[in-house]
Each structure stands twice: as structure tokens, then as C-alpha cells.
Design a protein. Structure first.
Length: 197
């Protein structure tokens, strides 16, 4: 029996090549003008994980025209994570799930996990959640790293334009001089579910 591989769901996304080219030049100028070494340049990005989702392709016989339908699981979590260009400081990731304490976590301390656990009904990164992670995790980790390594108390943080990233983060804490730069918007919406409040 011959089989064929067919796509059963999915969306194509494209990037704005020209905006990326312009942004790369501008970002390089920011680093050079402000004298940010790799130890002080950070990038934080999020990953939407549908951890029960079926694959988007399947194999069927040549005689079959289509695969049987199914309802894809929507159980997901979001995992914003980041680090710095030199790789010497990895930030503790933020995990956003739809349940504060899932059944499997009963009796376990979330503080022992290698992530900062938080939740909301849709498992989306909201501006309030990201602001708390920024002030409690990012800010203090970077400040401590600068003090321990005799580095100037400043940092460059590169974020994408997700609605969950507040535009005024630079003013949340003032002891550490953080310059925040946002990547250009993509022409098509991304697939992970980020939303602002």
C-alpha cells in the first residue's frame, strides 16, 4: 500500500525582511553608542507550548482523500524565558498556566521548580504578570550579577512587541539603568497567545 503525507492543519507566518534589516542596523548602533558589552545585553522571549497537541501532518493511504477529523487539545502553557548574549547568566523562566495548582502539583512546593509559576484562566502572559516577573526576577538577578562581577549597573533588554510586554518597563525600577528596545512588529500575528490587559 502506498502512503502519502498530508497537512491537516496550520497557518503560515512570514517575517518582514526589510523591517528586520533596518532594526538590525539600529540595534547595533544602540549597543555601540551605549557601550553595552555581551554581559549586559539580554533577550527575553516567550514560547507557547501546546503540550497535548497532535501533529499537524499525518500519513494516509493513497486511496484515502483526507484524514478523519479531530478536535485539537487547547491545553497550553506559556513560557517566557531569557538570558544574555554571553550566556553567563540564564534567567529563571516564567511559566504561565491556566491552573494555580494542577492536580499533579498537589502537595508539591512550586518554589522548588526551576520556573516561576503563575497562572490565569487562559494561560496568557498579561502585562501585570510580565511586570512582576521583570521587577522580582529580571531586575534583581541582573543587579546582583552586576554587583558580583564589578560591572556597571545597566542592562540592555531586547523584547518583541507582544501585547503582554508593557511599554513603560524602563520606569518600573530605577536603581539599575535598563534600556529596553522592542523588535519591529511582524506583518502577521504570531501563533502563541499573548494578550494585554
Amino acid at each position: 500500500m502506498q502512503i502519502q503525507c498530508i497537512k491537516i492543519s496550520g497557518e503560515a507566518a512570514s517575517a518582514d525582511i526589510e523591517a528586520t534589516r533596518v532594526f538590525t542596523t539600529e540595534f547595533k548602533k544602540i549597543i555601540e553608542d551605549s557601550d553595552f558589552p555581551p554581559d549586559l545585553a539580554f533577550n527575553v522571549n516567550g514560547t507557547g507550548l501546546y503540550w497535548k497537541k497532535l501533529t499537524s501532518r499525518t500519513y494516509i493511504s493513497r486511496e484515502e482523500k483526507s484524514a478523519p477529523g479531530f478536535k485539537a487539545s487547547k491545553d497550553q502553557l506559556n513560557l517566557p524565558h531569557g538570558g544574555k548574549a554571553s550566556g553567563t547568566l540564564k534567567l529563571k523562566p516564567l511559566l504561565v498556566y491556566h491552573s494555580e495548582t494542577p492536580r499533579v502539583m498537589k502537595g508539591n512546593l512550586k518554589s522548588h521548580l526551576p520556573v516561576i509559576w503563575t497562572s490565569n484562566r487562559k494561560a496568557w502572559v498579561m502585562q501585570q504578570i510580565f511586570s512582576e516577573w521583570y521587577s522580582k526576577q529580571f531586575y534583581h538577578s541582573v543587579l546582583q550579577f552586576c554587583n558580583q562581577n564589578s560591572l556597571p549597573q545597566k542592562a540592555l533588554l531586547l523584547l518583541d512587541n507582544a501585547p503582554g510586554h508593557p511599554p513603560n518597563l524602563e520606569y518600573v525600577m530605577s536603581d539599575l539603568g535598563v534600556k529596553i528596545d522592542f523588535c519591529p512588529l511582524a506583518p502577521t500575528p504570531c501563533s502563541n497567545q499573548w494578550i494585554k490587559e
